[in-house]
Ligand binder design. Structure first.
Ligand code: HEC
Ligand code: HEC
Ligand code: HEC
Ligand code: HEC
Ligand code: HEC
Length: 489
């Protein structure tokens, strides 16, 4: 019997292994794994920080929210860091009315299990402790759960012990227990903290882009479409040199910024000497403290009761040091003939594409205006109507998602493929071509002006989601250039 069964078993094993290999190769096994909250992808072992591990991630409802400390407790000793974080979008990632409106729409419209799973995924990034405690509520203020109210807060980020990879928030948490006044171990960049108040531990992860890449790389939980690729863009870009001495991490731009110091790729990114914790409680004077403003392109943070002018200025400083515009060539000007112009837009300051992240909503665009010697408009592209719609010819840097029927959609849970992606690559350039008729009665010379604008959302979208309560979304001029065009002699 044995003699007959053994060869069969070997064959079965071989067949089984081949099948398994086939499944893995065809991605089916990956898909099954993904449904149990896994990273979107994993780095090759040689590129991983020490605390990027192949271990199960912290799942839904695994850790009660009562184990986490409120940011107010941390603020007692980390006063400056608290003030910086308090104004950031991280502090409002859940309460943010734009997020809430879109999330509610998705919850109301979700058609099946797959779309509901996508809506669960929003929770994991926008209120990570709400997710891991299983306590989050949709919408209306005041938000009952403390963790959801605080969104992405101190004790969440600094209780991250490790990550299982990149994207879709595969963090592994190890908090203390606030109920028992036990801080646990707070992970960060230092390996020499006086541990008078709580335990600390050096975490390589926290010092590298991979930390931010846990969330700033988003794949659709159903279709697996990469919907946000900030970390991937950075990883494939020139700021990731592969050499630890010269690599410019997310933190080097976003956690060195402070008022007056934009810290972009085109400006200096100086150290910020000072104290991480006040001196009285044992904080040491250090050559550099990482700031916690986390400024991106959003100048009006939605959520706080009043706008913060200092923060608006910092977002403007960041955007104004991100790109340049240059008028390359313009053909000979002749009234009655076609004028051709080429405009160069360069990404000189962002560690990723411009825009990045939520690129179906964020927009940068070129406004090109040509006026004649009498001040009469000869050509205009990239202008807004009363509701904030751009003209059809405008050059817009953004992404358009398509749903399963091929129709453009802003509902990220419906996203199935990318219809178009026109953005400025990291340290890359785009040349935009313009051609228009100069009317016969035009008085020369002409003035050509090109302005690169940015808005974190179109006004019409804010109105569609928030109705009368929609604030005015600011438009920031990132860069501009102008030229006088005359008959060539
Ligand atoms: C989005 C995650 C995140 C949040 C939220 C966050 N931090 Fe940090 N924090 C970091 C990272 C990352 C570093 C280290 C940066 C590096 O080394 O490149 C850091 C550094 C620190 C340090 C070391 C000193 C320094 O700044 O260099 C302290 C202390 C600290 N954070 C406290 C806090 C407190 C208090 C809060 C809440 C008010 C907070 N953090 C919120 C990610 C976060
Ligand atoms: C009673 C004062 C006190 C409180 C409360 C406190 N800390 Fe600290 N923390 C310190 C001191 C002191 C240091 C050491 C600073 C130094 O070495 O310069 C420190 C260091 C840190 C570091 C750096 C760790 C490293 O190895 O890089 C982090 C991160 C941190 N704290 C996070 C937090 C968080 C999050 C909270 C709230 C849950 C918190 N702390 C509450 C006093 C406090
Ligand atoms: C737990 C997930 C998570 C982690 C970890 C995280 N972020 Fe974020 N981040 C978010 C979310 C969600 C938002 C959007 C919040 C909103 O506006 O609703 C955001 C917003 C931002 C913004 C503001 C973007 C804008 O449009 O102005 C910046 C900048 C940013 N993060 C940088 C970082 C950096 C740098 C790190 C790493 C040190 C990091 N984040 C870590 C989830 C995360
Ligand atoms: C070399 C400096 C630099 C590095 C490195 C960098 N950024 Fe940025 N970031 C910028 C600048 C400049 C802007 C403003 C222009 C823009 O909005 O794209 C920005 C904007 C953003 C925004 C707002 C998105 C938008 O376009 O509206 C997010 C989110 C962000 N960064 C996250 C990250 C993350 C995460 C990393 C690391 C993976 C990172 N950044 C690395 C400079 C940098
Ligand atoms: C893997 C993490 C992750 C998941 C999952 C995720 N987001 Fe986000 N979300 C982010 C990050 C990071 C940003 C900031 C990017 C930027 O500023 O461009 C963001 C920004 C946003 C914003 C912009 C807020 C503002 O005021 O500008 C909205 C709205 C949003 N997300 C909605 C959603 C919805 C709805 C879902 C679920 C269908 C979702 N997100 C799932 C990470 C995530």
């Amino acid at each position: 019997m044995n003699g007959q069964r053994n060869p069969f078993n070997i064959k079965a094993t071989v067949v089984f292994c081949l099948l398994l290999a086939g499944l893995v190769l065809s991605g089916i096994a990956v898909e099954l794994y993904a449904q149990e909250w896994a990273p979107s992808w994993q780095l090759p072992r040689r590129d991983r920080p020490a605390n990027m591990v192949d271990e199960p991630i912290t799942g839904l409802g695994e850790i009660p929210e009562s184990r986490f400390f409120s940011p107010l407790i941390c603020s007692a000793c980390h006063t400056d860091i608290f003030k910086q974080w308090k104004g950031s979008t991280h502090a409002y990632a859940w309460a943010d009315p734009l997020f809430q409106a879109l999330y509610k729409k998705g919850r109301d419209e979700a058609k099946d299990d797959e779309q509901n799973a996508v809506m669960d995924s929003c929770v994991r990034c926008h209120t990570p402790v709400g997710f891991t405690s299983g306590k989050w509520e949709c919408g209306q203020a005041p938000i009952p759960s403390e963790a959801s109210r605080q969104s992405i807060f101190c004790d969440f980020c600094h209780s991250i012990k490790a990550t299982a990879g990149i994207g879709n928030a595969p963090f592994i948490l190890d908090p203390g227990d606030a109920d028992k006044m036990d801080f646990g171990t707070k992970r960060g960049p230092f390996d020499d903290c006086p541990e008078t108040n709580h335990k600390t531990e050096y975490s390589e992860l926290h010092t590298r882009s991979e930390f931010c890449g846990t969330c700033h790389d988003v794949s659709h939980a159903g279709s697996r479409l990469a919907v946000e690729q900030t970390y991937t863009e950075w990883r494939l870009g020139p700021y990731n040199t592969g050499n630890p001495e010269t690599t410019v991490h997310c933190q080097d731009c976003h956690m060195r910024q402070r008022p007056g110091v934009p810290a972009t790729g085109s400006t200096e990114r100086p150290d910020n000497p000072g104290f991480a914790a006040t001196k009285i409680v044992g904080g040491l004077e250090r050559p550099h403290i990482w700031t916690h403003y986390f400024v991106g392109g959003t100048s009006l943070v939605l959520g706080p009761s009043a706008p913060d002018p200092e923060r608006q200025k910092m977002a403007e400083e960041r955007l104004k040091n991100a790109a340049t515009v240059e008028i390359l060539t313009a053909s000979t000007v002749k009234p009655g003939e076609i004028l051709r112009a080429r405009i160069l837009v360069e990404n000189v300051g962002a560690g990723h594409y411009i825009p990045t992240g939520l690129t179906e909503v964020r927009q940068a665009w070129l406004e090109v205006t040509v006026i004649d010697a009498d001040g009469k408009k000869v050509y205009h592209s990239g202008y807004l109507d009363g509701e904030g719609h751009l003209d059809e010819d405008a050059v817009v840097y953004h992404t358009v998602f398509g749903d399963k029927d091929g129709k453009p959609t802003l509902d990220v849970w419906e996203a199935d493929h990318i219809i178009s992606d026109h953005r400025i690559p990291t340290k890359g350039q785009m040349v935009e071509k313009y051609a228009f008729l100069v009317p016969g009665d035009t008085k020369l010379p002409l003035q050509l002006k090109a302005v690169l604008h940015y808005r974190s959302a179109p006004q019409w979208l804010a109105v569609a989601l928030l109705g009368d309560k929609a604030p005015t979304i600011p438009i920031v001029d990132m860069a501009e250039a102008s030229a006088t065009l005359d008959v060539q002699k």
